[in-house]
Design a protein around this ligand. Structure first.
Ligand code: SF4
Length: 177
C-alpha cells in the first residue's frame, strides 16, 4: 500500500479547513453560552482561550512543528507567543481519559446549558443546531479530520505522539503506525 505523504509544513487548505471545522465547535458552544447570558458567554470564551494557550504551552512548543504549519497551524502560532521547548517532553506524557476532560467540557457544558434553555424557554432551532453540531463533529468530523487530514500525514505522529498512542490503544491496537 502507498505510504501517506508526511508534511514538513501542511498545505494551507488543510490548515484553513481544520481551523474552520474546529472553530465551528467553539462558535456553536459560545452561541449557546451567550444565549444564556453575556457573563456565561464571556466565561466560556475565556475558558477556550486559556485551554488553547495551555495546549500551545504544554504541547505545541515541544512539537517538531514548532514554528511551522502543523495541520492546525498551531506550531506557527506557538512560536509567536512562546519559546521553543524540548522535543523529548512531547513524547514523555502518557495520556489517559482524564486528560481529555477539558476538551469534553467544551462540548458538554453548552450541551447541558442548551438543553436547559430549550426546556425553560421553548424550542429554538439555532440553539438545537448549535447543540447538535459539536456532537456530530466529535463523532463524524473528527475521525475524518484527524484520521485522514492531520495524523495520517504528521511528522510528529511518525516520531511519537501521546494522543495518537492513546487512541490506538483505545481502538485495540498496540503500536503507532
Ligand atoms: S499525530 Fe495527530 S494528534 Fe499527534 S501531533 Fe500529529 S496531528 Fe497532533
Amino acid at each position: 500500500m502507498k505510504k501517506p505523504k508526511i508534511y514538513d509544513n501542511y498545505p494551507l487548505w488543510i490548515v484553513i479547513l481544520a481551523n474552520i471545522l474546529m472553530l465551528a465547535v467553539y462558535v456553536a458552544g459560545a452561541y449557546i453560552m451567550f444565549a444564556l447570558s453575556i457573563i456565561t458567554g464571556f466565561l466560556y470564551v475565556a475558558y477556550l482561550v486559556i485551554l488553547e494557550l495551555y495546549f500551545l504551552k504544554e504541547g505545541c512548543i515541544h512539537c517538531c512543528y514548532f514554528g511551522k504549519l502543523c495541520a492546525f497551524g498551531k506550531g506557527a502560532v506557538a512560536a509567536m507567543f512562546f519559546k521553543e521547548g524540548d522535543p523529548e517532553k512531547f513524547c514523555e506524557r502518557e495520556l489517559g481519559f482524564k486528560d481529555f476532560i477539558p476538551q469534553v467540557l467544551v462540548v458538554l457544558i453548552p450541551l447541558i446549558v442548551g438543553t436547559a434553555i430549550l426546556i425553560s424557554r421553548g424550542f429554538n432551532l439555532l440553539i438545537l443546531i448549535a447543540m447538535i453540531y459539536p456532537v456530530f463533529s466529535w463523532f463524524a468530523v473528527n475521525p475524518f479530520l484527524y484520521g485522514k487530514l492531520a495524523c495520517l500525514h504528521c511528522k510528529q505522529g511518525s516520531i511519537c505522539c501521546p494522543a495518537l498512542k492513546f487512541f490506538i490503544k483505545e481502538k485495540g491496537g498496540n503500536k503507532e503506525e
